[in-house]
Design a protein around this ligand. Structure first.
Ligand code: KG4
Ligand code: ZN
Length: 354
């Protein structure tokens, strides 16, 4: 493979990730230090705590990534970093690390939109994996993460047309909130998937927000519906209020399944409709919620019925990591983009923008 060797830094939320990626595709190293255990005690991310944890881990993660790749910073062609969207304090740790590396080693610097990284994870190939053609344009990409949910059309590299996005909660946020409601702990997404796999009746039907013909999403009504059902059932079971008691496991499993089914139903139906409307030749799925097995299976199955290829990265490349930033950065670098040492955090950088 040819193309630039990118050293990519990701620290927008609660994972400290550094990767070395060649030609926007081949992973040479991809080290992620997760803060999940750290934030579990507070049931969510405390920005100040997250920023400090990035500071604690970013240099050990850098050392490990370079060691895994058998490289030094001198071997690298470009330094890349997520500059938004995300938590300001967290972003700044990665940005300042990347700027320092770029300055000390006289390497070019490229800033990447985190959400673009989630799309570009679809081009990544693991060490030793046979290189396939990658996603084919035009394509439709669904990005479902903890902070964002949107559908975008790409007719070529770096060309985005936003088709729709969430009008309230992100899909991952809904998973996390409903997970907490069901007493499943943090983060709710993976916990709901595990709980839902224990469902046997599959007869809980939560509402779906179709929002007419639009490609926008809404999950707050579903969250409220879940809260009403859980409150009513707890009252009936005599465990209402702040008792900390949860509904019986088998019931939690059915409710988790019902919630997951409602979310995946809307996500998959809109993605398929968007792909048809755009005349897409492939579909890409990315973001932390793309790690969800039910969503992956359903999208693969419905797209297969249309003969539409779908690219879904393995779960570890759907959740936040540095490699996806390296994949997007290579395209920006090859398009001639360079960031200055004044690159700043853009916490509210919108999807499909620079
Ligand atoms: O993309 P990501 O790692 O971070 C952000 O950019 O937000 O996404 C994190 C989100 C969390 O809300 C988490 O609950 C969700 O992805 N998630 C899942 C699963 N794994 C992670 N949601 C559903 N099923 C999963 N297996
Ligand atoms: Zn993310």
């Amino acid at each position: 493979m040819s193309g630039p060797l990118v050293l990519a830094v990701e620290s927008s939320c609660d994972e400290t990730g550094i990767a070395l990626v060649e030609g926007g595709r081949r992973i040479h190293a991809n080290v992620v230090a997760s803060q999940v255990a750290l934030h579990a005690s507070t049931g969510g991310i405390v920005p100040e705590v997250a920023a400090r944890a990035h500071l604690r881990w970013i240099l050990p993660v850098l050392d490990e990534a370079l060691a895994d790749a058998g490289a030094t910073v001198a071997d690298v062609d470009v330094i890349a970093v997520t500059h938004g969207p995300g938590l300001a304090g967290s972003l700044l740790v990665g940005i300042n690390t990347a700027k320092t590396l770029a300055w000390v080693h006289a390497k070019p610097l490229v800033g990447v939109n985190h959400l673009e990284g989630h799309v570009y994870a679809a081009w990544l190939i693991d060490p030793g994996e046979v290189e396939g053609p990658g996603p084919v344009f035009p394509l439709v990409a669904l990005v479902v993460s903890g902070g964002h949910t949107f559908l975008v059309e790409m007719r070529d590299h770096l060309e985005y047309r936003l088709l729709g996005q969430t009008v309230d909660d992100a899909a991952g946020e809904a998973f996390d909130k409903v997970g907490r409601l069901l007493g499943l702990g943090y983060p709710g997404g993976p916990a709901i998937q595990v709980a839902a796999s224990g469902a046997v009746h599959h007869d809980v039907a939560f509402p779906r927000a179709w929002l007419g013909d639009s490609f926008d999403f809404s999950f707050s009504g579903l969250k409220t519906a879940a809260r009403r059902v859980v409150d009513a059932e707890r009252l009936e079971a005599g465990i209402a209020g702040d008792t900390g008691a949860t509904l019986p496991g088998p019931r939690v499993a059915e409710l988790a399944w019902g919630f997951q089914d409602s979310v995946t139903d809307v996500l998959v139906a809109k993605t398929i409709r968007a792909a048809r409307a755009c005349g897409a030749r492939s579909i890409v799925l990315g973001g932390g919620v793309a790690a969800n097995a039910a969503l992956r299976e359903r999208l693969l199955q419905e797209a297969a019925e249309l003969g539409m290829p779908v690219v879904i990265p393995r779960a570890g490349l759907c959740t936040d990591n540095g490699a996806m930033i390296g994949a997007a950065a290579a395209r920006r670098f090859e398009a001639g983009e360079r960031a200055g040492l004044d690159l700043d955090a853009r916490p509210s950088l919108p999807p499909a923008s620079r």
